[in-house]
Design a protein around this ligand. Structure first.
Ligand code: BG6
Length: 363
């Protein structure tokens, strides 16, 4: 079952290139520079009527939703956000009849997410599923949506399913954009970027040994910061979550600019920071963040697809450069490996972290 891998998390990380290829298969349209997502059950008029998009999920699915919201705002220019499904269901939400709600779940069985869907349907909200398991409770309750096609995921820490969530949201954002004002050339750029992803992920996975070395170097830190802004912010949150889940190292994610409003007081030689540095128009801001941390003696691990001034960060993990809107997908991969190798250096049970379950079907 493990196919020669030591554990499921490793196997599932390795499967990501083929999982992405499966999610893309038959869905990209080069001629019209768009995506075909027949399962949504929304024709172009219905897609145009969407005034707002909200992603709901728990844990990694919530962070994937946040990446999705960024993609929708960037490509379709529709207001979008993400919220933990549990908060949504308990706060007597105002349900917007012009919004498209997306319930995000690998298992399709997470109770909080299912309850959010039921609350939405009860109030007449339009909700679709982004689910990996066909026939699951959330898929059935929604009736339409986007299947993730990641294949079975066993490890509690989600890797390939999370990647396919973000890839699927990129296609949804592309489709919503192309029925509005996203130009054909911009659409084509995203189509090309998506097609390049499996190969790019392959290259990040090939960096395994170096990431393992870096993980070992910092495995004994008691706390770690994960810092990012805009596209890098959900990436930082997901990276911190993974580290906590499987290595039990305390990790906190902050928006880079928030660092100086409090958490900077914690930075010293014993507090390493993982800084997400996309090669986009915020590059200079992110380099300044690294300098702020370094000035207080904090070690820095940069995750980047940019050229950094040499010696700026203590360690640099480089990923291939693709289309900037898709950066979060690729920048997340080294963080999986970093968490994996930290957990492994600390002798943790990687597939079955203490106190956690693969899907939480209780209150
Ligand atoms: C949590 C798991 O309990 O459920 C997380 O520990 C997971 O890893 C979350 O992301 C949501 O699960 P699902 O199946 O709804 O995506």
């Amino acid at each position: 079952e493990l196919g020669g891998h030591t554990d499921f998390m490793r196997k599932e990380m390795a499967e990501q290139p083929e999982a992405i290829a499966r999610a893309l298969r038959g869905r990209l349209d080069e001629r019209f520079a768009t995506a075909h997502l027949g399962g949504l059950g929304l024709d172009p008029m219905a897609l145009r009527a969407v005034k707002r998009v909200k992603f709901l999920g728990c844990g990694s699915a919530y962070y994937a939703g946040q990446m999705g919201a960024t993609l929708v705002e960037e490509l379709a220019r529709i207001p979008a956000d993400a919220e933990p499904a549990s908060e949504f269901r308990y706060r007597n939400p105002v349900v917007d009849p012009d919004a498209l709600y997306v319930a995000v779940s690998q298992s399709g069985e997470t109770l909080d997410t299912l309850a959010a869907v039921q609350e939405l349907r009860r109030k007449g909200g339009r909700v679709i599923g982004a689910v990996n398991v066909v026939g699951s409770a959330i898929a059935r309750e929604c009736g339409s949506g986007l299947f993730l096609h990641a294949g079975p995921e066993v490890s509690v820490a989600s890797t390939k399913a999370l990647t396919n969530m973000t890839v699927s949201f990129a296609m949804l954002a592309l489709l919503l954009g192309r029925v509005r004002d996203l130009s054909a050339s911009a659409g084509q750029r995203i189509v090309t970027g998506l097609r390049a992803l499996p190969g790019h992920v392959e290259r990040v996975l090939a960096d395994d040994a170096d990431i393992a070395r870096i993980a070992k170097r910092f495995a004994h830190a008691e706390h770690m910061f994960f810092l990012g802004r805009v596209r890098g912010w959900p990436v930082a949150r997901e990276g911190a979550q993974k580290l906590k889940e499987i290595s039990y190292v305390h990790a906190e994610a902050y928006q880079s600019a928030e660092l100086k409003h409090g958490p900077l007081a914690l930075v010293d030689a014993n507090m390493p920071s993982v800084v997400i540095v996309p090669a986009d128009d915020l590059l200079a801001k992110n380099l300044a963040t690294i300098e702020q941390v370094k000035a207080r003696g904090g070690p820095v691990i940069a995750i980047t697809n940019a050229e950094l001034p040499s010696g700026l960060a203590d360690e640099v993990i480089r990923v291939p450069r693709g289309e900037p809107e898709l950066d979060p997908i690729l920048l997340t991969i080294p963080l999986q490996l970093l968490a994996y190798h930290t957990a492994s250096a600390l002798g943790r049970d990687i597939d079955k972290p203490r106190n956690l379950a693969k899907s939480v079907t209780v209150e």
